[in-house]
Design a protein around this ligand. Structure first.
Ligand SMILES: Nc1ncnc2c1ncn2[C@@H]1O[C@H](COP(=O)(O)OP(=O)(O)OP(=O)(O)O)[C@@H](O)[C@H]1O
Length: 241
């Protein structure tokens, strides 16, 4: 069974089409990168997968269920681009709040909070109010919250923006371990060196998937020397970073 399957997914906002018949299939244990310039439709795609948006056309299945489906929300970890945190609460209070939504028992929640805050390097900062957090700390807290339920599907929308290279490397090490445990990780990025770390990639441009494959395959098939050049070759054009 595939963990994530999109068939013919299209979406418009105010008559302007932002997704055009997107097909994607992700298996268990994969770290899959959705790569594309700002505004190409990455967030819209992951929102459909996370069950936050019901696309106009096509179907989205996650863990064998047609999305949106409340019964599997506890098996999906989603980290949105704009941190959805409560600024007047401490980091610990935020973690406990979201942990309760995931219906974790008190003991499990305490153990999971210790584990996930260790991964993102926030163990000593949990009593601070989120309003006193830097952007990078908020990003790390959001990632910790997405990891709380030990999800089978982890969706991360540009997770390492604003995170320093040392911590970024640590987070990647952890993501690999999570994937080795059988979870599926979908990550959006427009950072090329991050794309190179994924097992497979889909390159997206103006709401369309323009190429999929392993980073090596995409580079090889394009006859170029790097993912960045391959992306331009496949029609990526200009992009940030
Ligand atoms: N709620 C909305 N209402 C109207 N237009 C929207 C809405 N959400 C997204 N769009 C538009 O849809 C297109 C795709 O946006 P999306 O956020 O999916 O892109 P993205 O690839 O994630 O970009 P970025 O890398 O900048 O986050 C953009 O043109 C955006 O302006």
């Amino acid at each position: 069974m595939n963990s994530i399957e999109l068939k013919n997914v299209s979406q418009s906002y105010k008559k302007s089409r932002v997704l055009h018949s997107v097909d994607l299939t992700l298996g268990r244990g994969e770290i899959f990168g959705l790569l594309g310039p700002s505004g190409c439709g990455k967030t819209t795609t992951v929102k459909a997968i996370a069950g936050l948006l019901c696309p106009e056309e096509g179907t989205v299945q996650v863990l064998g269920k047609k999305m949106p489906d409340l019964s599997i929300m506890g098996r999906i970890g989603y980290m949105a681009q704009a941190a959805a945190l409560y600024p007047t609460l401490t980091a610990m209070e935020n973690l406990r709040f979201f942990g309760k939504l995931y219906k974790l028992s008190k003991d499990d929640l305490t153990a999971r909070i210790r584990h996930v805050t260790g991964i993102v390097g926030l163990g000593d900062e949990l009593d601070k109010k989120v309003s006193a957090y830097s952007g990078g700390m908020m990003q790390r807290l959001s990632l910790a919250i997405a990891l709380l339920p030990d999800p089978e599907v982890l969706i991360l929308d540009e997770p390492t923006v604003g995170i320093d290279p040392v911590l970024r490397a640590e987070i990647w090490r952890e993501l690999r371990m999570i994937a080795e445990g059988g979870a599926t990780i979908l990550i959006t990025t427009h950072v090329m060196d991050e794309a190179a770390k994924c097992n497979r990639l889909a390159m997206m441009r103006e709401g369309r998937i323009i190429a999929t494959g392993t980073p090596d395959e995409l580079v090889k098939n394009s006859g170029k020397a790097s993912i960045e050049e391959a992306f331009i070759y496949y029609g990526g054009g200009s992009h940030e970073n």
